[in-house]
Design a binder for this molecule. Structure first.
Ligand SMILES: Nc1ncnc2c1ncn2[C@@H]1O[C@H](COP(=O)(O)OP(=O)(O)OP(=O)(O)O)[C@@H](O)[C@H]1O
Ligand SMILES: [Mg+2]
Length: 314
């Protein structure tokens, strides 16, 4: 690897737009000008409610979704749109995705052995059968499963085990960036922490970088370094995690925070959920733009709103 590739963020998403053409010709602007960068080794959270465009961004990064505008750079190289075959092979290996629903993301008719090593077929044609099996075993062990599970089918496993199979399938590719798309939201509450702990142990061990998608701020609070909040296809706020919890600026972020239950029952009844009403913004005189209100803390706001934020926290 040359030094140019080492410098700078691992991933840079700039003014990303993704449109979907719906039946009847209508166009849905699912992602509208999203920009963020992720440093090597960082866990970057992307949080917003259902339908806000989180998975669409993840799928654009792994090149499943076509982009309509903007750029995605991986180690400084453009990977959105048409790219050469060599770079495509590299992206297929180095950027992996763990999917939202482990019950539907595994091929039911294939054995675990095939599922876990499927991605290798195109990028590691040099591998012999024995070596391939050895890599599957190693990946299964790394996610806390037994090597003999390789000969079984997905329906024989619990939700948590299935998500571990999904993680093994990503790991076997030796990725640098993993898009974790709500990897625990479909799991029983009792096993969520185990899967989170596994992901964080793997990150340390392998120096992975994570884009961690969630619809709930409480899930990402203790695992992310920074968080971007997305509402209806637009990133509205981005900052270091503790800073976001200490000084939430955007009305939408404040509403998400107010939705987190307080674990203390004596205080929980004092919590007042705030509802986000987009008409709270008066953008008739000045449109919002991306503003750095505090160091490293960005928000989509106009000048008047920025002044109010500064006042609120002074
Ligand atoms: N292939 C597609 N064709 C048409 N519309 C799509 C497609 N994929 C996503 N959408 C729409 O784009 C918007 C964003 O969807 P997306 O799946 O990115 O949301 P999300 O934030 O991941 O939500 P959730 O938390 O429910 O997973 C939604 O309105 C969705 O219906
Ligand atoms: Mg999603």
């Amino acid at each position: 690897m040359n030094t140019d590739e080492q410098a700078g963020p691992l991933l840079e998403v700039n003014e990303l737009c993704v449109d979907f053409r719906l039946k009847g010709g209508e166009v849905l602007h699912a992602v509208q000008g999203a920009s963020f960068a992720i440093a090597r080794g960082e866990t970057f959270g992307l949080v917003g409610e259902s339908g806000s465009g989180k998975t669409t961004i993840g799928r654009a990064i792994v090149r499943i979704n076509e982009v309509s505008g903007g750029s995605i750079r991986f180690k400084g190289r453009e990977i959105a749109g048409k790219i050469d075959a060599g770079l495509d092979r590299e992206v297929v290996r180095k950027i992996q995705m763990i999917f939202q629903d482990p019950m539907s993301s595994l091929n039911e008719r294939a054995k675990v052995d095939y599922i876990v090593s499927e991605g290798l077929h195109n990028v590691r044609k040099d591998l012999g059968e024995a070596e391939r099996s050895r890599l599957v075993e190693k990946a299964l062990l790394e996610v806390g499963l037994l090597p003999e599970f390789a000969s079984r089918f997905p329906h024989e496993f619990s939700g948590g085990q299935r998500q571990r199979i999904g993680i093994a399938r990503a790991l076997i590719m030796e990725p640098e960036l993993v898009v974790c798309d709500e990897p625990i939201s479909a799991l029983d509450v009792s096993i969520r922490a185990q899967v989170l702990n596994l992901l964080s142990a793997l990150q340390k061990e392998k120096g992975l970088t994570y884009l961690f998608i969630a619809h709930d701020l409480s899930v990402v609070r203790f695992i992310t370094d920074r968080i971007a909040v997305i509402n209806r296809g637009q990133i509205v706020e981005l900052s270091a995690t503790e800073e976001l919890f200490a000084r939430p600026l955007h009305g939408y972020t404040r509403a998400l925070l107010s939705a987190i239950p307080i674990p203390d029952p004596r205080r929980e009844h004092e919590r007042t959920p705030i509802f986000y009403d987009p008409s709270m913004h008066d953008y008739s005189k000045a449109r919002p733009d991306w503003r750095e209100v505090f160091p490293g803390h960005f928000v989509l706001a106009n000048e008047a709103e920025e002044a109010a934020f500064r006042k609120r926290y002074n």
